[in-house]
Design a protein. Structure first.
Lengths: 305, 281
């Protein structure tokens, strides 16, 4: 009894020292992360309640929730949200399928492994603005090559003159740049599926298709779900490609682009802040839906050991 | 037998498709950068420069003598390297705590990191623009470095804590048994072992900072701090449909060189880092 009592304080001292060191070590990271996100978000929440424009800062006036009402009752907001969700769904679907195919190839390939992995990192590393330019010029009917290469498109077809083809060009650039990232995440998941299990299924007479759907995919489920969550939320923030390729022409604005335009180009900090808050909330909703719908394990996404 | 032949053919075809996928747009922008500006303005469809439409290295000469673009290169290098250095130092401390220590609030750190990693950056542009103008950080290097550090911390922390978990515990304990404090054990034993992980986190952080566009256009207004991606988008006027394509391509190629160099030298580390951050090892 007395022996245990003598030990316990030492243990808890040590635990307390460890706990305090731990907290001290994470403090700078936490402070910086919150300084640049939580604090400005609270500021946006505050500013969103005012009619506040930088072109007339003295006319700042408290208007309550009017800015939110203005944004939510404007069809522009809903059109841009629909665009954003559409881009998110289409690009992530393509990236998942193509990325998985790439991952399968990289998993099996024996020759030129390094060369393949090096080249797959180039789209990942390239500046999105550069990717946007490259694809805009490629789709251009006066200086591009896409029209000449596609058999069913006339040579002078202007991709950027109408909505559907502009969206295709934007999504092409987005998919090109981010598929490699997806494929690397899937490759890591693929490496965790045990070869013995696949071999056993083969011996039991499972076809290639059955092995894929019954053995490989279920066993890398958590890697797929985390990859989808990250990429979907990244796609939801799409901004660079739209800015560079169409600047929002032909109704191709995304919700990020709309927010940027209100704040930075038109200096409407009041309504812009309301849009910022709505953008943040909509990301939370999208994240929640994905986590629930695909039953993503949040501990996986948080990288808990 | 036939099945394995087919699977080999499939792999080879797949590998070829991957190479085309990754390199075709890069080849395209390089090809475009060698077209003359007249040829591009007059309309010059097709992948390769036509005879008489080539420009040699004149686009590159123009770009590398353009004062504004050189300043943008300077800004990008300073801001990206500065943000990388600070982010990695801060993330190393945090990742060590997460991988090695038991403390209350660990979940809070990991949850914060996850939320930041998914944060819609554009929603911060307004308030940061307003705040930075008030405190004098608008259009400065620090004004960009601070958000870059914050937004690269999650990836850096994940990458590093994944590496740290692989480091054998016993060595740290052995050092402590020999009389080292927690801090000495960290500095003398863990840091050298963790150096490769730190390096990987640094490369990924650098990519983020070098790539960023949203903060680059929103929080700068002049050549004082404007980084390369923003400078590219401001290259000529606001008309997105009529840009000096070949000149821009040359600038884009210049801006891509550091990325390609890093990828060529550190391919293994980058792949390890990206996937360590996403899949539990």
């Amino acid at each position: 009894m007395s022996h245990a009592a003598a030990i316990a304080p030492r243990d808890s001292d040590r635990a307390r020292a460890e706990s305090s060191l731990g907290r001290r070590l994470v403090t700078p990271a936490i402070v910086l992360m919150l300084l640049v996100t939580a604090f400005p978000m609270l500021r946006a929440l505050y500013l969103s309640l005012f009619d506040y424009s930088l072109t007339a800062p003295d006319d700042k006036e408290f208007v309550g929730l009017t800015n939110y009402w203005t944004a939510l009752s404007d069809s522009l907001f809903w059109r841009d949200t629909a665009n954003t969700v559409g881009i998110m769904i289409v690009t992530v679907a393509f990236e998942l399928v193509i990325g998985f195919a790439f991952a399968m190839v990289m998993h099996r390939i024996i020759f030129a492994r390094g060369a393949i992995r090096t080249s797959i990192l180039i789209p990942y590393g390239i500046i999105t603005v550069v990717s946007g330019f490259a694809w805009q010029f490629a789709f251009s009917n006066t200086r591009g090559f896409v029209n000449g290469w596609l058999p069913f498109v006339s040579d002078d077809f202007d991709w950027f003159s109408q909505y559907p083809s502009s969206m295709i060009a934007i999504m092409a650039s987005e998919i090109w740049k981010t598929t490699p990232f997806m494929s690397l995440l899937l490759l890591a998941g693929l490496a965790q599926v045990s070869d013995d299990m696949i071999e056993a299924a083969k011996v039991d007479g499972a076809s290639w298709w059955q092995r894929l759907w019954r053995v490989i995919l279920p066993n890398m489920r958590s890697a797929i779900m985390v990859a989808v969550l990250f990429r979907a939320l990244d796609a939801y923030r799409i901004f660079d490609n739209i800015f560079v390729m169409t600047a929002g022409a032909n109704n191709t604005e995304s919700i990020s682009f709309l927010t940027y335009k209100q704040v930075i180009e038109q200096f409407q900090l009041g309504i812009g802040s309301a849009l910022s808050v709505l953008l943040f909330l909509s990301v939370l909703v999208v994240a929640f839906v994905i986590v629930k719908l695909f039953r993503v394990n949040l501990a996986d996404a948080r990288q808990e050991a | 037998m036939t099945q394995s032949v087919w699977s080999k053919i499939g792999t080879v075809v797949g590998a070829a498709l991957i190479l085309i996928w990754c390199l075709l747009p890069v080849a395209w922008i390089i090809s475009l950068s060698f077209k003359s500006q007249e040829a591009v303005i007059n309309g010059s469809p097709g992948f390769l420069p036509k005879s008489g439409g080539g420009a040699g290295f004149s686009n590159y000469k123009d770009v590398l003598t353009d004062g504004d673009f050189l300043l943008a290169i300077r800004n990008s290098i300073v801001v990206s390297l500065g943000a990388t250095l600070l982010s990695v130092v801060i993330a190393t401390l945090a990742a060590y705590a997460i991988a090695r220590l038991e403390f209350r609030g660990k979940r809070f750190v990991l949850t914060t990191a996850l939320v930041i990693a998914m944060f819609p950056v554009v929603s911060l542009v307004g308030p940061l623009f307003d705040m930075w103008r008030t405190v004098g950080l608008y259009d400065t290097w620090w004004g960009l470095m601070i958000p870059y550090i914050s937004f690269t911390l999650p990836l850096a922390i994940w990458t590093l804590s994944a590496f740290f978990r692989e480091i054998p515990w016993e060595m740290e304990q052995a050092a402590q048994v020999d009389g080292a404090t927690s801090w000495q054990a960290f500095r003398k034993v863990i840091v050298p072992l963790a150096a490769p992980g730190v390096f990987t986190a640094a490369i990924l952080t650098f990519f983020f900072a070098w790539n960023d566009f949203v903060f680059g256009i929103s929080l700068t207004s002049t050549e004082n701090a404007r980084p390369i991606p923003a400078a590219l988008s401001f290259f000529v006027g606001q008309d997105p449909f009529n840009r000096p394509a070949s000149l821009l391509s040359a600038a884009a190629v210049v801006a891509t060189v550091p990325v390609v160099v890093l990828v060529l030298f550190f391919q293994r580390k980058i792949v390890a880092g990206l996937t360590a951050g996403a899949v539990k090892g």
